[in-house]
Ligand binder design. Structure first.
Ligand SMILES: NC(=O)c1ccc[n+]([C@@H]2O[C@H](COP(=O)([O-])OP(=O)(O)OC[C@H]3O[C@@H](n4cnc5c(N)ncnc54)[C@H](OP(=O)(O)O)[C@@H]3O)[C@@H](O)[C@H]2O)c1
Length: 339
């Protein structure tokens, strides 16, 4: 008999960060795959800050998740049965399988077949997945770091930020991380090798003077995952010719109404700086290049990572809200099953 499938469905649309009240844990029969489809048993589900945007009724880079449907998510799992010639039972796959225990999906939902078997599957959702690839192309293609540059990274202890900091070090840069809390500051310096880490929660407005001291020649690359007040203060310290990578806006609780802040045009003009938005999905065609390089760094012990693992599908309900409270120490994933 086909197993029962537990799913997390979007129940209502939040205006800001989605909490448990916006989701519903439901049961449904597991569907047999039709022609061209696969049945996948999810082992790990991903949790992303971007999910706030995916459930919002806002102009975004992807259509909003429909009310009542399974929450959109990347997941890592194993093919249970396949009616597509490129996949067979037992294949390990990453893809858009949603927050559910089993997924019956067309083969195009698979973003990657994991053929390497020397590294844990869960890493392909984090340091070797969307977060690592974001860090890789966001920093190297958009930030264009040069040896000796000073690189400042926000959400520095997180899944993306920790990889940005380490790649910047590998490129010969000085790295300054911005993060919240003593434990994360310590992670940044001790595990991720930042030259310095600043606790924005403890420093408040003093972060501006701390940055001035930490970056006496200005900031050459700012990898921005937060926007808002932290970014306003970082921008005041840009060096001539600086590159600002606009990767995330984690500190903005809601875009309705649109928050206001200082005008930055004069800073960009006088520093001849460039600010550029980045979306990892634009680099789909080059993901393998990044994954191969990131995996080599992991194997060589040159790229450290942490996973923030929660157990059971019910953990999904509050998982995004927890990210926005900064609870996660590393890449947040939900473990459903592992061998
Ligand atoms: N553009 C793209 O293609 C792309 C792809 C992936 C991720 N991203 C972005 O990259 C950023 C990091 O994502 P991630 O997956 O690596 O998550 P993460 O950093 O592992 O977790 C999110 C972190 O955001 C920080 N945060 C939450 N609310 C904040 C606030 N009000 N002010 C300042 N910091 C806050 C918290 O760290 P602290 O405790 O340090 O505050 C939290 O741990 C997000 O903005 C995400 O949207 C962008």
């Amino acid at each position: 008999m086909a197993p029962l499938n537990r799913q997390v469905r979007l129940q209502s649309r939040p205006t800001g960060v989605p909490g448990p009240e916006h989701f519903l844990l439901a049961e449904a029969p597991t569907e047999e795959p039709g022609p061209g489809e696969l049945l996948i048993r999810n082992e790990y589900l991903s949790v992303e800050p971007a999910m706030r945007g995916w459930v919002a009724d806002l102009n975004n880079y992807s259509a909003p998740v429909p009310i009542g449907s399974v929450m959109r998510s990347l997941a890592a799992g194993e093919v249970v049965s396949s009616r597509h010639p490129d996949f067979q039972e037992g294949d390990k796959v990453i893809g858009w399988f949603g927050w559910q225990e089993y997924a019956t999906v067309p083969a195009v939902a698979v973003t990657r077949k994991v053929t390497e078997n020397d590294l844990p599957l869960s890493l392909y959702l984090g340091v070797l997945g969307i977060n690592g690839v974001t860090a890789y192309f966001g920093l190297l293609d958009v930030g264009q770091p040069r040896p000796g540059d000073t690189v400042v990274v926000s959400t520095a202890a997180g899944a993306v930020g920790s990889v940005v900091g380490q790649i910047a070090k590998l490129m010969g840069c000085r790295t300054i991380g911005i993060t919240g809390g003593v434990e994360k500051v310590q992670l940044c310096t001790d595990l991720y090798g930042f030259d310095q880490a600043l606790d924005y929660k403890a420093l408040g407005e003093d972060i501006a003077s701390e940055l001035a001291e930490a970056c006496p020649n200005g900031i050459n690359v700012y990898f921005d995952n937060v926007a808002g007040a932290i970014t306003d203060r970082v921008l005041g310290h840009l060096a001539i010719g600086a590159r600002v990578v606009i990767c995330g806006t984690a500190s903005i609780q809601s875009w309705t109404p649109v928050p206001t802040g200082p005008r930055v045009e004069r800073i960009l003009l006088t520093r001849r700086a460039r600010a550029q938005g980045f979306v990892v999905f634009d680099y789909q065609h080059r993901h393998e290049e990044a994954i191969a390089r990131l995996a080599d760094w992991v194997r060589q012990g040159r790229l450290a990572f942490r996973e923030d693992v929660q157990d059971g599908i019910e953990s999904c309900l509050g998982a995004i809200a927890g990210l926005y409270r900064g609870e996660n120490l590393g890449k947040r994933i939900i473990r459903l099953y592992s061998r």
